[in-house]
Each structure stands twice: as C-alpha cells, then as structure tokens.
Design a protein around this ligand. Structure first.
Ligand SMILES: [Zn+2]
Ligand SMILES: [Zn+2]
Length: 141
C-alpha cells in the first residue's frame, strides 16, 4: 500500500513504496551521480571526498548525505572511511558514538551503576541491622 511522503531531496510529495523516501526523479539523479562517483573512485582508488566533489562538481554536502545514508563509500582526507555516531549520525573519527552521545551514555551507565551500588549498600545495611538485632537478642538471653 503506497503512502504519500515528502522527498528527502526536493521535498516534493510522491507515492512512497519502499526504501529511502526519495522521489523517482531524484532517484534517477542519485543513480546518475552514484554511477559517476563509483566510476571515478574505481579509476582513482582512495581519492578523498573533497577531491571527488571538486572533480565531479558535485556539492560536498550532497556527497556527504549519500555517505551518511550508507549509499556511497568515499574516503576522508585521512584516507579512512567516514564513520558516524550510531545514535545521532554525527560524523566521528573513531569508536561508535560521538563525544556528546558517549558522554550521555556514560552518564546513564554511571547512574545505573550508582543505583546498583545503592541497592547493594542497602541490602548490606539490612543484613547489618539483622545481625545487630540477633546479637541484641542473644545478649538478653
Ligand atoms: Zn525529489
Ligand atoms: Zn552522537
């Protein structure tokens, strides 16, 4: 059942079937660019995105969008492939998450670690109380 969606590239409304929300005319345009870029990369292995953009006169942002969508594999200036945060899609150099998400994740971990510690301490305290009471009873005997 096709639904109406706005094209992610040109914002035109079209009947969406499957895959990325991109209208047929932009899909054709995308494919033309993919062909051009993959041919260029085949001829110039390891060429960075900035050069691809300049040589093929395709905007950097446009190419970056394709890379983010995982539809093109182009290397960065450093020779490595671009990586993106698994949480927010921000460009990163290494690891799985950007600095911001990493900090957020470690805060969440810290909080859960702390609440676990609290629980352990609480049960330790309860045990102590119990021991104290038992001891108290023994004394009265
Ligand atoms: Zn479109
Ligand atoms: Zn992130």
């Amino acid at each position: 059942m096709p639904e109406l969606k706005n094209c992610r590239r040109c914002n035109k409304v079209f009947s969406f079937v499957a895959g990325l929300p991109i209208c047929p005319s932009c899909t054709r345009e995308d494919e033309r660019i993919f062909d051009e870029v993959s041919m260029y990369i085949r001829d110039n292995p390891g060429v960075p995105l900035t050069v691809v953009s300049k040589e093929l006169k395709i905007s950097y942002d446009k190419l970056m969008k394709y890379v983010k969508e995982g539809r093109l594999q182009i290397r960065s200036e450093s020779g490595a492939f671009y990586k993106f945060c698994e949480k927010c899609g921000e460009m990163i150099m290494h690891g799985k998450f950007c600095k911001k998400c990493e900090r957020h994740i470690s805060t969440v971990l810290d909080v859960s670690k702390k609440s676990l510690q609290d629980k352990i301490m609480e049960s330790e305290r309860n045990k102590g109380d119990y021991r104290f009471l038992a001891h108290d009873k023994d004394e009265k005997k």
